[in-house]
Design a protein. Structure first.
Length: 385
């Protein structure tokens, strides 16, 4: 457990870019600085970090460019080979009994080849279990080597590793702090789209109820454009950034496989279920870019539907779809997902409901602020832990 801090630097390093957010405590949390820079190539991928030295130097440069004086860092650990986050339903028990029980659960749920792990857990409220003999616990498990890589990176950046946290909990803090009067009162599915991966998390009034990460991100749309239209990666990226998903797109598609988190691989399918998927757009104007992405968008919608269906089959409820992350800035994606999944849709805004003094924050309009959601969620650690 980290010491109680009055200010901290939230750090989110993705495969495409790294973001930082300085947060200090006042009457409400205040975001005092924001920064973003490209992630050095060949330093990390969707599985985790493998060059902490180079990443540490790049993070040091970003902190220097931003002019942040905060040294205590709350780092978001990511990667399929670096962390697993799960919600478990267990019998109600004392703290001592839970500590012993979770030791067994953690050993049982280790998906890594490395047997030495670092873990943490905490009970979370679940009104659906109040009248039962059970309780809900969220746990996170990481290989020791992944944690050591994070510590090396943070220290190489000239920062102090105050805490290592996970993205689903950080995004939950953004819901609780920045959307107190709307999303924090609802049951939502938050789709946080990154470059290489997307997290699909369910929240009950801001409390994490079901986390899932799939290896699909905006890079797959870029790759589809490049391959289908015969252009280079840079040109494909620019085409994607200028593309618009037509407002006629989005409809019921093919049958897909249902998600089962306890299958041999959490990304492997189980039984079949019907899932909405995009319909081809009318060929008005140049729709080549959208058409090039249709199969990947179909798969993307199907993964969200599988997650929602599984969660609802376990008694969960979803009132609204929420999108965030840099990858979600594809024009028309939010409304397209809403039509495809039959849900009202909104965008996460980590700069509302709290104080904002960060230079340049006023330019983050049109959903651009949501790319900082994880970094700000890390910084908000000081308001909750």
């Amino acid at each position: 457990m980290a010491k109680r801090l009055n200010q901290a630097l939230g750090v989110d390093i993705g495969t495409h870019s790294m973001k930082i957010a300085a947060v200090r405590m006042a009457d409400t949390p205040v975001v005092s600085a924001l920064g973003v820079s490209p992630t050095p190539p060949n330093t990390c991928d969707h599985t985790g970090i493998f060059d902490p030295k180079t990443l540490g130097a790049a993070l040091r440069a970003l902190v220097g460019e931003t002019g942040v004086g905060v040294k205590d860092a709350i780092f978001c650990i990511n990667g399929q080979s670096s962390v697993v986050v799960r919600n478990l339903e267990v019998p109600k028990m004392s703290d001592a009994e839970l500590r012993e029980h979770m030791g067994w659960e953690i050993q049982r749920n280790i998906p890594f080849a490395e047997s030495t792990v670092v873990s943490d857990y905490r009970p979370i409220p679940n009104p659906n279990l109040d009248a039962t003999q059970n309780m809900e616990v969220v746990m996170a498990v990481s290989p020791q080597s992944a944690v050591e890589a994070v510590v090396e990176l943070v220290r190489g950046a000239g920062l102090k590793p105050a805490a290592i946290d996970v993205e689903p909990l950080g995004l939950g803090r953004v819901i609780l702090s920045c959307h107190q009067s709307d999303l924090a009162t609802k049951n939502v599915c938050l789709v946080h789209v990154g470059h290489s991966v997307t997290s699909i998390n369910m929240y009950r009034q801001g409390i994490l109820a079901f986390p899932r990460t799939v290896p699909l991100g905006s890079a797959f749309w870029t790759k589809a454009i490049s391959e289908n239209l015969g252009v280079g990666a840079d040109e494909a990226e620019n085409m994607k950034l200028n593309a618009v998903i037509p407002d006629t797109a989005g409809g019921v598609g093919a049958t897909v496989q249902a998600y089962n988190p306890f299958a041999p691989s959490a990304s492997e399918p189980d039984e079949q279920t019907q899932a909405p998927a995009p319909a081809p757009a009318p060929d008005t104007g140049d729709s080549r870019v959208y058409q090039a992405m249709v199969p990947q968008l179909e798969e993307f919608v199907a993964e969200i539907r599988r997650s929602i269906d599984y969660y609802q089959s376990r008694g969960g409820q979803v009132d609204e779809l929420v999108v965030s992350g840099g990858g979600s800035l594809l024009k028309g994606l939010d409304s397209f997902l809403g039509r495809s999944l039959g849900l009202p849709v909104s965008r996460l805004n980590p700069l509302q409901g709290i104080g904002v003094e960060a230079p340049g924050a006023e330019t983050l309009a049109g959903g651009l602020a949501s790319q900082y959601a994880t970094a700000i969620g890390m910084g908000l650690y000081i308001a909750y832990d």
